[in-house]
Design a protein around this ligand. Sequence first.
Ligand SMILES: Cc1cc2nc3c(=O)[nH]c(=O)nc-3n(C[C@H](O)[C@H](O)[C@H](O)COP(=O)(O)O)c2cc1C
Length: 403
Amino acid sequence: MFFGTPVRARHITRPARSFQTERSVMPVEFLGIAATHDGSETHPRSGASFDKEYTLRLARAHEDHGWDRVLFAYGSGSPDPAPAAAYIASRLDRLGILLAHRPNVSYPTFAAKTFATLDRISDGRLTVHFITGGNDHEQRREGDTLTKDERYARTREYIEIVKRIWTSHEPFDHEGEHYRFHDFVSDVFPVRQPRPDVSFGGSSPAAYAAGGAEADIYCLWGEPLERTAEQIEAVKAAARAAGRTTPPRIQVAFRPIIAPTEELAWEKAYRTVDTIKARRAQGEATVVRHHRGGEPENTGSRRLLSIARSGERFDRALWTPTAAATGGAGNSNALVGTPETVARALLDYYDLGVDIISARGYDLLGDAIDFGRYVIPLVRDEVAKRDAERSAQGARTPIEAGR
Ligand SMILES: Cc1cc2nc3c(=O)[nH]c(=O)nc-3n(C[C@H](O)[C@H](O)[C@H](O)COP(=O)(O)O)c2cc1C
């Protein structure tokens, strides 16, 4: 049953609160990055692409500074994130693992066992982020010749199979469009019951349809509040269309640039963008290899570029030149300011219905520590306060409490 109507707040149309059970108990969560080396858009890599010692140091810094989980991303030539994640899970006790996985690289029966094994290694700390792939050229590097919309249909079938394998103790057959197999049952099941969470990203209609139907967590790249509200509503509409009674939780990603004063933060921001541009001019930053030669193909990156063309600053602290300088490469919009300003900006997204904040700096290790020390506690404290007030008022949802 759906209820709730859009409410105006600071001129932003909030997504309709149309699911009964949303956000009653879940605290805000923080996702960091599990890089396997110290390179970024502003820093050349100092060692190998899989630097074992750095991988552990960075993950441990997240665990020690209040983060909930870290993303092990996927790229065609990058170190395989699954064993990297297993390594971190076996060395750390609390940090959650978000493993990015592209369906085209393995059969779903195989992948489901890899995920279940990893969930056992991590004692139930695994979430899987299913990546459809936003660029044909990058997909072809590993033999994937489907169009983007076809890839989304395949991802959806793949997720359905993986979920069934995680939960089915009886052998079953599958006759789908992309996969056919007979008499399969896994002998390894996740610790997390009934199954690990499924995370999903993308901003095209095909992405909303597939992720709205299958995702527990829907991931967006940071955009102005108004544009984020539009995307949240599109995800929820897709979830309703798929017959769901609970929508995916929403995650939004930023590149925070913080400093002790506003002035220092803005100096740092301009320095950051100058460095990105200089490195790209020298051909050093490899992060956007697949975007060379024109406009990106994926809708999410196109949205970031069109927003950047329409302005540099939005809302409290959103700054788009970092996205413009990288060609809209994924998580690339910055939040600039003191920890207090950035925390307040993040709370605006929380008020919009965002449950998980994804953040990554440009100095990966130092920024993970600073953000964990100075921003995460401010956001957590304020969210706890607002949630307590809400329960004191006996309200069931933030909207009902007037947020
Ligand atoms: C939070 C987040 C993380 C992502 N991580 C990866 C990744 O590690 N590797 C990758 O190839 N694509 C990644 N993507 C890309 C998407 O999974 C998807 O392939 C792409 O955005 C599709 O484009 P669309 O906007 O046209 O639907 C990520 C997307 C989001 C939102």
